[in-house]
Design a protein around this ligand. Structure first.
Ligand code: CP3
Length: 341
């Protein structure tokens, strides 16, 4: 039995009111985050400095009554740790030197965990700093999502570069996925050992895939990570967030074995209720722009989401990351509405 309501929900126990965390809850909508960030040379330096990463992880919990802290890092520290050149450029998002069929063999999985040691140190410090009722969430990107950045060199709306690469160079693509699965298993196991209570797999680009590709690139690798982690951390609690999975959601949950399923905001509430077993914990799924606009529409939608999932374990969250222009008062209003009705 756990006294952490969010962890208990991941493990299948419905709570009277849903616990809440906010995807990307540490970030640019907070002036105290912008202040810390302005003193760092670049974003990766923030991720690799345990003092600063611990501080920004805890910032949102000082302002709001959230039930979880999520490790401050990024899904792209893994390609960085594998030796790929990763930069975050002002106003541009991430930029990577794209891998090719030839350079995949030169990635360095053997040094990845050592490179990620500062992130694991942050997890350790957070475990010590958090109040006992708060859940500490670790994470990594799922292999396909991370591969789309590694192959494309940047974010894109259709992931065309990675989709073509997977079809034209199936062996090199499989070698890349194998590296990402193995590194992610080691990294998540190390996060649990450092004190994470739960981990989330961010499959942010589970869209734009036909059913064969979804099976091979999303379900298979996510399942291998779940099995690989649980072989070393028995019963490890894992949330899967396959953004855009739509008609594949139920299959994703059943076949990967994740404990809980993150829903994006385009997932209709009635579809989720009908197609997902009510024993499966769900997480989500407010549109982040409703939180920007605020007012009565926000309250009404929050109530509808809570009502729709009142028959099952539910963690309240956004259906994707909070955006920088979000007013802080709206976040406070959201948390109060979820906690107190
Ligand atoms: O509070 C938290 O949620 C913890 C930290 C966190 C970040 N990124 C910090 C961040 C987490 C969990 C992520 C996950 C992440 N990173 C995802 C999956 C979730 C999703 O949004 O789909 C993805 C796809 C990335 C890759 C990434 N990192 C992009 C595309 C960008 C640029 C876009 C943007 O939001 O700026 C980043 C940068 C990034 N990661 C920032 C933060 C706070 C902003 C950079 C800065 O402060 O300079």
């Amino acid at each position: 039995m756990t006294h952490k309501p969010l962890l208990a929900t991941v493990l299948g126990q419905r709570q009277e009111r849903p616990p809440i965390w906010i995807m990307r809850q540490a970030g640019r909508y907070l002036p105290e985050y912008r202040e810390v960030r302005s003193h760092t040379k670049n974003f990766l330096e923030l991720c690799y400095t345990p003092d600063l990463a611990t501080e920004v992880t805890l910032q949102p919990l000082r302002r709001f009554d959230l039930d979880a802290a999520i490790l401050f890092s990024d899904i792209l520290v893994v390609p960085d740790a594998l030796g790929q050149n990763v930069r975050f450029e002002q106003g541009e998002g991430p930029v990577l030197d794209p891998v090719s069929a030839q350079t995949i063999a030169a990635l360095k999985p053997e040094r990845a965990l050592e490179h990620l040691a500062p992130v694991l140190e942050t997890v350790r410090r957070l475990g010590a700093a958090l109040a006992p009722e708060k859940t500490l969430i670790g994470f990594c990107g799922s292999p396909w999502t991370v591969a789309t950045y590694m192959i494309g060199g940047r974010g894109s709306t259709d992931q065309a570069a990675a989709r073509l690469f997977a079809l034209r160079h199936p062996e090199a693509f499989e070698a890349l996925i194998d590296i990402l699965v193995a590194t992610s298993v080691d990294y998540l196991v190390a996060q649990f050992e450092a004190g994470a209570d739960v981990v989330q797999l961010f499959e942010s680009w589970a869209l734009n895939l036909d059913d064969v590709a979804f099976e091979e690139r999303v379900i298979g690798p996510n399942r291998r990570i779940v099995e690989g982690v649980r072989a070393r951390v028995p019963n490890a609690p894992i949330i899967g967030f396959p953004r855009g999975a739509a008609g594949n959601l139920a299959r994703y949950a059943a076949r990967t074995g994740v404990n809980a399923l993150g829903l994006d905001y385009a997932t209709p509430l009635d579809f989720a209720v009908k197609h997902l077993p009510n024993t499966l914990p769900v997480q989500g799924n407010l549109d982040p722009l409703r939180l920007v606009a605020g007012g009565d529409q926000l309250d009404a939608r929050v109530d509808s989401i809570i009502e729709a999932f009142s028959d099952r374990p539910h963690i309240f969250n956004l259906g994707h990351g909070i955006v920088p222009e979000t007013p802080i008062e709206h976040v406070a209003r959201l948390v109060d509405r979820v906690k107190n009705g």
